[in-house]
Ligand binder design. Sequence first.
Ligand code: SF4
Ligand code: SF4
Length: 270
Amino acid sequence: MSHLAESKLKLAVFKFASCDGCQLSLLDCEDELLTVAGLVEIAYFLEASSTIVKGPYDITLVEGSITTPHDQQRIQEIRRQSKILITIGACATSGGIQALRNWGDHQEFLKAVYARPDYISSLASSTAIADHVKVEYELRGCPINRHQLLDVIRSLLAGSKPRLPAYGVCVECKLRGTVCIAVARGVPCLGPLTQAGCGAICPAYDRGCYTCFGPAYQANARSLIQHYRSQGITGDSLIPLLRNYNAHAPEFRDISSRLDGKFPLPMTGT
Ligand code: SF4
Ligand code: SF4
């Protein structure tokens, strides 16, 4: 990757179905963003500038999930134009909160929301970018942790491989000295399944983690859910914890579907 550090890198930021919050995290970098902007050429970032420089791009950040047939085509073209493609946020890495529709009736939702649903062209499911194209790195969170984003960009600028946390929220609880609420108080917390990045905010305020930073490396959801079930915690309490921003991440999707006996639609069905 050292060839990337030899000249000013071209950075592009693209958006699919999302709330823009992860792109705003990049803009929220303030002083650090000025440093980054001095080191890279921001070639395409409509949230920040109307200037459009054609690809190919050295680093492409992609926010949002694939929800329309047009999205399916556009992500292929973006992939062709990108040397390194990084997905940012829960929408891009797992389908986001909009993937909750994957368990429902897409046509019924369209009828409920739009006066003329026949004009709408959308897929029955919301899926992660990596379900469609190869992705080099994934930054989790809703929204992402901007320090993680800056670390990744700095590493690429330095020609080194970015290091993202592979450990869970539990490690962050230990680092901040939070007593484990699952062990001490019997609160169903999904921190053991969830990738670090938030600083273990919720357990510090006596609330169980509900997985907004996505699945941790080698998360053993089945075992943890069995443990909570053996403690008398019902599926009705556990499903809402699993089905949030990253509901369609396989680690959470499959176990939550087992709990309610309802399996989601095929990943790219129309
Ligand atoms: S992951 Fe969350 S903050 Fe980021 S774009 Fe999606 S909904 Fe917005
Ligand atoms: S839900 Fe979990 S990952 Fe999200 S902020 Fe709370 S502790 Fe962190």
